[in-house]
Structures are given as structure tokens and as C-alpha cells.
Design a protein around this ligand. Structure first.
Ligand SMILES: C[S@@+](CC[C@H](N)C(=O)[O-])C[C@H]1O[C@@H](n2cnc3c(N)ncnc32)[C@H](O)[C@@H]1O
Length: 377
């Protein structure tokens, strides 16, 4: 049986994971809170734990609640004044006594919050639900599925499983096919690598479609991410990015999915703030010179260089012919879109390309960027 994560102090790596959850939700929430056609927000934490670790550090459900209030309760203020969207939390923890403990922790958190609250009513008061279901049962639940498929609801789904067995192909496909749904899940990738021929693994992953490079253990989480990426239908515009967390000789990781460029822009912002070299890991996955070391290059990194080379060759081969294509392509390779703008500026300065239309430097909110075309000189 897996160790109970809440019964001791969270490790440094767990704290990093929670920090990424926090920042990811912090970026996601205001976008949907202020989206005009969204009537409800559903925030699901389906492997919620008991809420805290042994020394009182906040776990994911309390972090989500904290972030939903915002700094100085700015988001509560918005909800109080505007009255919409309706924000609903669904916290689930299979082990009953942990679920009860979570309920108590939430109650205490809510009471402490309300003690000093200037607003006469709490926007969340009747909308925090705690369950004790098995995830596989929950993900089949009709009510949950009605929420997931509703286009007027924004959904943030956090899946902090132990190990790797809960997010199978079917669950993944359900999530990527749910509209207005961004998700992030944890997966113990090096266990899959280590035990890849055992039934426990092959039951969940079709072994022959995961090929690990044994000389590059650091890349095993990326390999798992590619397994999931390959499940996405080729004609579907969808964005997936992963973040590898090394703990000793083990590699864990997070996989984030969104069907909107803005969702991925926001997640990449978080990843690049954690890993300024590659936006991908806590373990220098591309073997760059470390920040602070003698040969560190603050203007580029191996990942940025690799992606730049690919993008340049695609522009020169006319496979990328517009800024929209280029911005999305860079995003799909896990780089922030401003990299594309820098590449185009360089190619213009070198007199290699010219712009058909009006050149713009838009590198955020790229779904709203004005399109221009790139013409070879
Ligand atoms: C990695 S922990 C989650 C920790 C939590 N996110 C936190 O910040 O403290 C995974 C949790 O999922 C629960 N769990 C395990 N199997 C489950 C299942 N099939 N359905 C729902 N919960 C499950 C475990 O009891 C455990 O508390």
C-alpha cells in the first residue's frame, strides 16, 4: 500500500509539486472567473488527501480554496459584487477517515476566513463538497460527466494520484474531449520505466508504444507524456506539456492539458518561472550550464536553441507561413510564444524574410493576435 502522504511532512519535491498546482490554478482561475459566457466554475481535486501534512503545511484542497479567494480576497470581492459565476469545489478522497479529516480542515479554514471577512456572505459557503469515492467510480458518475460536458462551465481538474494506475487511456480521452476543461495530473514515471514489462504496468500502458531510452533516465517522464500525446486524435488542436520532478534516482512528473492556447500559455509561464532553462523540470533536463556557473548563458539555453532551429527550418521550408502557426507551434513544443517573435525579428533583420501584413510582437493572448504572413526573400 502506498505511504500516506499526509502523515509526515511533505518532501521538498512534494512542495514543488504543490507550488506548481498553486501557480497553475492561480493563472487559470481569474481567466474563467472573468469569462463572460461562463456560468459556473467547477474545481475538482479528485485525490485530495486530508488537507494538510503532519506539520500543518497546506495540501492541494486548502491551496485551491486559498487561491480561489485571491490576494486580499480580490476574487471574493468580484464574486460578491458581480454574483457570478457560481464557484463549486468538489474534493474527493477515497479513504474515509482522511475524507472526514479533510472536511474538518475545510471547516476550520472557512471559519478562520469568515472571522475576519468584510463581506456578509461567502461565495463558496454552500458549494464545497467533500466525497469519499473511488476515483474510477467518480469519473463514471453521471453528474460529474454532465459537468464535464457542459460548455458553459469552466472546469479545473486536479488529479494527484499515487503511482500511475488511475489516469488510463479512457480517463485521459474523457478529459481532453471535455470542453472548457483544463487538467493537471501527477504520475510516477520512473515506476513505469522500471517495471515496464510487469502486468501491473502493461495493463495500463500498451508497452510497445512506450520506448524508453535507457541511457536517458531523466527523459522518462517526457516519454510517458508522449504516450498520452499520441492518444490525441491528429486532427484535434490540443496542448499538452509536462514538468519532470526528480527525487533521488526517481522521476515523477506533472502533465497539464488544455484545448486552448491561453491555458497552455499560462501553464508554460509557471513552468518557465520554475525552470528558466527549459520550462520542463527541476533537474536540468537538457544538461545546460547551470545558472550561476561560469559558462551559463542567460540569453539562451539548449532547449530554446533546439526549438529555434526547428522553427527556422520550418519557416525556410514554408511549413510555417504565418505568426499564428508559428506561435502555436512554439507553444506545442513547450516554449513561451515570445521565442517565436524573437526568431521572426532575427530573420527580418537578416533580410531572410519579409512580412505580408502588419508585423506585430504579440506573444501573449495569442488567440487574439492579428495575423500576418511570412514571405521568404
Ligand atoms: C498523492 S495523495 C494526494 C495528496 C494531496 N493532493 C495533498 O496535497 O495532500 C493521493 C491521495 O489519493 C487517495 N487515493 C488513492 N487511491 C484513490 C482512489 N482510487 N480514489 C480516490 N482517492 C484515492 C489516497 O488516499 C491519497 O490521500
Amino acid at each position: 500500500m502506498a505511504k500516506n502522504i499526509n502523515s509526515s511532512e511533505y518532501t521538498e519535491e512534494t512542495m514543488l509539486k504543490l507550488d506548481i498546482f498553486r501557480k497553475c490554478f492561480r493563472e487559470w482561475y481569474p481567466v474563467f472567473l472573468h469569462a463572460p459566457h461562463i456560468t459556473h466554475l467547477f474545481i475538482y481535486d479528485m485525490f485530495a488527501g486530508s488537507g494538510k501534512d503532519a506539520v500543518g503545511n497546506y495540501g492541494s484542497p486548502l491551496i485551491l480554496l486559498q487561491e480561489a479567494r485571491g490576494e486580499n480576497k480580490q476574487h471574493c470581492k468580484h464574486l460578491y459584487n458581480v454574483g457570478k459565476p457560481i464557484v463549486v469545489f468538489g474534493f474527493n478522497e477515497k479513504i474515509r477517515n482522511k475524507s472526514i479529516e479533510l472536511q474538518e480542515n475545510i471547516k476550520a479554514e472557512q471559519s478562520a476566513c469568515q472571522e475576519h471577512c468584510e463581506y456578509s456572505s461567502c461565495p463558496f459557503i454552500n458549494n464545497i463538497h467533500v466525497g469519499a469515492y473511488d476515483f474510477q467510480e467518480l469519473i463514471q458518475n453521471e453528474q460529474v460527466n454532465n459537468v464535464l460536458s457542459n460548455r458553459s462551465y469552466g472546469k479545473f481538474v486536479l488529479l494527484d494520484q499515487y503511482g500511475f494506475k488511475q489516469i488510463n487511456d479512457e480517463v485521459f480521452l474523457k478529459l481532453i474531449n471535455s470542453p472548457k476543461t483544463d487538467f493537471i495530473f501527477f504520475i510516477a514515471s520512473s515506476f513505469i520505466r522500471r517495471f515496464k514489462t510487469l502486468n501491473a504496468v502493461t495493463t495500463y500502458f500498451h508497452d510497445n508504444s512506450i520506448i524508453f531510452d535507457e541511457s536517458k533516465p531523466k527523459e522518462c517522464h517526457r516519454t510517458i507524456t508522449d504516450y498520452f500525446r499520441n492518444l490525441i486524435p491528429t486532427d484535434k488542436e490540443y496542448y499538452l506539456h509536462s514538468f519532470t520532478i526528480q527525487k533521488g534516482s526517481n522521476y515523477y512528473g506533472l502533465i497539464f492539458g488544455s484545448n486552448h492556447t491561453l491555458g497552455m500559455e499560462k501553464f508554460l509561464k509557471v513552468c518557465w518561472s520554475e525552470d528558466p532553462l527549459a520550462g520542463e523540470s527541476n533537474c536540468n533536463i537538457y544538461n545546460d550550464y547551470e545558472i550561476g556557473s561560469l559558462f551559463y548563458n542567460p540569453t539562451s539555453s539548449n532547449k530554446k536553441q533546439d526549438v529555434s532551429n526547428i522553427v527556422k527550418s520550418k519557416i525556410l521550408n514554408k511549413e510555417i507561413t504565418s505568426n499564428i502557426e508559428g506561435l502555436k507551434f512554439v507553444l506545442s513544443l513547450g516554449c513561451e510564444p515570445k521565442l517565436f517573435v524573437d526568431i521572426v525579428k532575427e530573420l527580418i533583420a537578416q533580410n531572410i524574410v519579409k512580412i505580408d501584413g502588419v508585423f506585430n510582437r504579440t506573444s501573449s493572448n495569442i488567440h487574439r493576435a492579428s495575423e500576418y504572413h511570412i514571405v521568404l526573400k
